[in-house]
Every structure is written in C-alpha cells, then in structure tokens.
Design a protein around this ligand. Sequence first.
Ligand SMILES: C[S@@+](CC[C@H](N)C(=O)[O-])C[C@H]1O[C@@H](n2cnc3c(N)ncnc32)[C@H](O)[C@@H]1O
Length: 197
Amino acid sequence: MTDPYSEKALHFFNQYQQLSFEDVHQSWLAQLPQQPGSALDVGAGSGRDAAALAARGWRVLAVEPATELRQLGENATDHLAVEWCEDHLPELNHVRTLDHRFDLILVSAVWMHIPPSQRNTAFQVLTDLLSPGGLLVITLRHGPGDGERVFHETDRDELERLAESQSLASLPVADGNETDRMGRSEVAWETVVFQRP
Ligand SMILES: C[S@@+](CC[C@H](N)C(=O)[O-])C[C@H]1O[C@@H](n2cnc3c(N)ncnc32)[C@H](O)[C@@H]1O
C-alpha cells in the first residue's frame, strides 16, 4: 500500500510548516520544562516541532516512518540539534535499541493513525522511554477522514485509562478542546499530558 505521507511528502511538508509550534501546542506550553533536556518527536512530519524544541535548547530525536517526508524534514533542520531516524509505533524498535530515556516525548497528530489493537503496546513502549519526571504529550484528532489517509477514532478516556495503568500522572492543559489550526471546521483536537513519577 502506498503511503500518502511519502507520495505527497512536499504537500504535507508545506502544510505543516505553515503552522507554528507555539500556536499548535499552546495548550500545554506552560508544562514544557524551562530546563531543556532530551526530547523524542514521534511521527515528526516536517520537523516543525523538533526544530522549535531544538531552538529552545532541547536535543531532539525525530522519528518519521515516511522516507520522503523524513528527508525534507532532515534538510530543513540540518543546522539544528535534531537527529532523525526511521521508525514507527507501536514498537519503535530502533529507538528502543538506543537504550536512552527522554525528558519529553511528543506524539503530535499521530495517535489517530495507530489502530486501537496496537495502542496498549504503543503506550507501554512510550512510557518505558520516559525518564523519571518525563512528560508524554499526545494530541488527539477528532473528526472525519479525508478519503486518503487512514484515521482511527481517538478518545481521551482511553488515554487516561492507559496512563493510569502505567501509573502516569495526568497534568492539566490550558484548554481541553482545540480548534483545527488549518481551519477545518469538522476537525477538532485535544491534548493530553502525562508525567512519569
Ligand atoms: C498528521 S502528521 C503529523 C506530523 C507532525 N507530528 C505534526 O504535528 O505536524 C502524522 C505523521 O505521523 C506519521 N506516522 C504515521 N503512522 C505512524 C506510526 N505508526 N508511527 C510513527 N509515526 C507515524 C506520518 O508519517 C506523519 O508524518
């Protein structure tokens, strides 16, 4: 099966680069530690968020499975402290071989691509990659598909249950429901932030 993120890589790259990290992620920015550390951006896309974190002093590993999109992201961030690798949820097999724990893991606009049957594994893997005190930030897309990419339903309660099962604390975000920054009235977003004790 062809992957739209590779087939139309430049289209998606340009789309994501039009948005700013500060705007897309404003609901949880108050939780972003002042002291930068090591971050993992899973499904990094264009590298917009990886670049913004690197500009704030974070060392970022950007994970992107779509080869063409990853190459565009790599080119756009080659002057920054961003490393890229090819990997994917639920297993993140390559990242796990690095034997590294992250102070921040960002899963932005990716969870809807993970089939429900893979989510327990994905969440467990993400939790295991967190440092003590580390934050796991997941944004949830609500709304219909686009006829091109495969989207699965997302549910905040599902994430809260998964977090509870891993003994992660749920942190407040500024605004539970967020409008779509690309102006699609039928699409809405929610953000959840969890912390490893
Ligand atoms: C809607 S884009 C979001 C890109 C970026 N995180 C952002 O917020 O702009 C979804 C991204 O998730 C990636 N992706 C899809 N399935 C994935 C998986 N199983 N594991 C990791 N990334 C995945 C896609 O290749 C694509 O880059």
